[in-house]
Design a protein around this ligand. Structure first.
Ligand SMILES: Cc1cc2nc3c(=O)[nH]c(=O)nc-3n(C[C@H](O)[C@H](O)[C@H](O)COP(=O)(O)OP(=O)(O)OC[C@H]3O[C@@H](n4cnc5c(N)ncnc54)[C@H](O)[C@@H]3O)c2cc1C
Length: 320
C-alpha cells in the first residue's frame, strides 16, 4: 500500500487532535507516515502509532522555533523525497496552509486546501470541499504531481488503529531561505482553559445582540457547560466586547465544529464564511426574519438573555 505523509501539529510532543483526524483519513488512502518536527518531536510517536502511523520521521533543530515556516518546509520536503508518498496531508491551520502551499510549489504539485473529507479514487485521493455557505459540496482531485491536501479540523473522527510507529531520524539540510525570517519575540496568550477555537468540537458565539462586554459572561457560561470554545461576530469584536482572536468569519477564524451555537448574530455572509461547514448549527435570535435562520438546523426565536441562561441550566442539570 502506498505511503501517505502526514504533517504533525504538536505542542512539545503533545499531538493536537486535527493530526489524529488526518491519520484516520490517511488510512483510507494508504499507510500513514508521520512527520514530527521541533521540540518534543520524538514524544509524539506513541500517540501517532496508536492512531495508525506505521512510521514517525522526527527532526529537531533550533531553526524550527527561531524562524518562521521555511525550515519546516525544508524538513517536509526532505521527508517527501525520502518516502516518495502517494499524497501529503497537512492540517488546515494558517501555518499548515502556508507550509503545504510552499511544498506544492517546490515539488511542482497541485494542492487542495480546506478539505472536509477524503476518499480513495481510481486516479488518486478525492477531496471534498464545502463552498458558498455550505450550499455546495465540491469533489476534486489533484491532476498534477503528488497531491498535497490540507484538511479542516473536525473533518474526520479520531480512531484508534495501532500500528508500528517506528521512529526514524529525518536528515534535514536547511536551504539559504530557511533563516530569512527570524522570530523576534513570543508572548503566550493567557489560557482561558477552553478549547482552541479552530479545533473545538463545540463553539458558542455571540454577536451584536449580546449588547456589551459585560454580557459575554452568559455566552461563556453556556460554552463552559458544554466544554466549548467561545466565538464572536465582527460586530461584537469591533465594539471591543470580545478579543479579535475569537472572531469567526471571512476576516476572522474558520471553524468547523460538530455544533455551532450563534446567539444574537444576524448571519451576514462574511460571518457564514467562517462557520458554514459546522455539522449542526443552532441560532438564537429575537428576529424571526434574521438570515441566520436560513442556515440553521435548529432555530430559537427569542431573547438570548432569556434563552441562553435556561439552556446553560438545562445542560448542567442533564450532566447531573
Ligand atoms: C470585508 C468584510 C469582512 C467582514 N468579516 C467579518 C467576519 O469575519 N466575521 C463577522 O462576523 N462579520 C464580518 N463582517 C461584518 C458582517 O458584514 C456583519 O456586519 C457582522 O457579521 C454583523 O455582526 P452581528 O451579526 O453580530 O450583528 P448584526 O448584524 O447587527 O446582528 C445582530 C443580531 O442580533 C439579534 N439580536 C439583538 N438583540 C438580541 C437579543 N436580545 N436576543 C437575541 N437576538 C438579538 C438581532 O435580531 C440581529 O439579528 C465583515 C464585513 C466586511 C465588509
Amino acid at each position: 500500500m502506498a505511503e501517505i505523509l502526514v504533517y504533525v501539529d504538536h505542542v512539545d510532543g503533545a499531538v493536537r487532535k486535527p493530526t489524529l483526524e488526518l491519520l484516520t483519513l490517511a488510512r483510507r488512502i494508504g499507510n500513514p507516515v508521520a512527520v514530527a518536527l521541533g521540540n518534543g518531536a520524538a514524544d509524539t510517536a506513541a500517540a501517532l502509532a496508536e492512531h495508525g502511523a506505521v512510521k514517525v520521521l522526527t527532526a529537531d533543530a533550533p531553526e524550527f522555533t527561531e524562524y518562521l515556516v521555511v525550515p519546516k518546509v525544508d524538513a517536509l520536503q526532505a521527508a517527501y523525497e525520502a518516502v516518495s508518498p502517494a499524497a501529503v496531508l497537512v492540517p488546515s491551520s494558517a501555518e499548515g496552509k502556508e507550509i503545504a502551499a510552499r511544498l506544492a510549489v517546490r515539488i511542482g504539485s497541485g494542492i487542495i486546501t480546506d478539505a472536509v473529507d477524503l476518499e480513495a479514487g481510481d486516479e488518486g485521493p478525492v477531496a471534498t470541499q464545502s463552498a458558498f455557505a455550505a450550499s455546495f459540496s465540491t469533489k476534486s482531485r489533484v491532476s498534477k504531481g503528488t497531491p498535497v491536501i490540507t484538511v479542516k479540523p473536525n473533518s474526520a473522527p479520531v480512531e484508534a488503529a495501532p500500528a508500528a510507529g517506528a521512529v526514524e531520524a529525518l536528515a534535514v539540510t536547511f536551504g539559504a531561505l530557511a533563516t530569512g525570517t527570524k522570530v523576534t519575540g513570543r508572548t503566550p496568550r493567557e489560557s482561558t482553559g477552553r478549547p482552541e477555537l479552530t479545533e473545538a468540537a463545540i463553539v458558542v458565539s455571540g454577536g451584536r445582540g449580546v449588547n456589551g462586554a459585560e454580557n459575554f459572561g452568559i455566552i461563556e457560561a453556556l460554552a463552559d457547560s458544554l466544554g466549548a470554545a467561545v466565538g464572536a461576530s465582527r460586530a461584537a469584536v469591533d465594539a471591543g466586547w470580545y478579543p479579535h482572536s475569537n472572531q469567526v468569519g471571512q476576516t476572522g477564524k474558520s471553524v468547523s465544529p460538530q455544533l455551532y451555537i450563534a446567539s444574537g448574530i444576524s448571519g451576514a455572509i462574511q460571518h457564514r464564511a467562517g462557520m458554514q461547514t459546522s455539522k449542526t448549527i443552532v441560532a438564537i435570535n429575537k428576529d424571526a426574519e434574521a438570515p441566520i435562520f436560513d442556515l440553521v438546523d435548529y432555530g430559537v426565536v427569542g431573547d438570548l438573555f432569556d434563552v441562553v441562561p435556561q439552556l446553560t441550566e438545562e445542560v448542567k442539570s442533564r450532566k447531573g
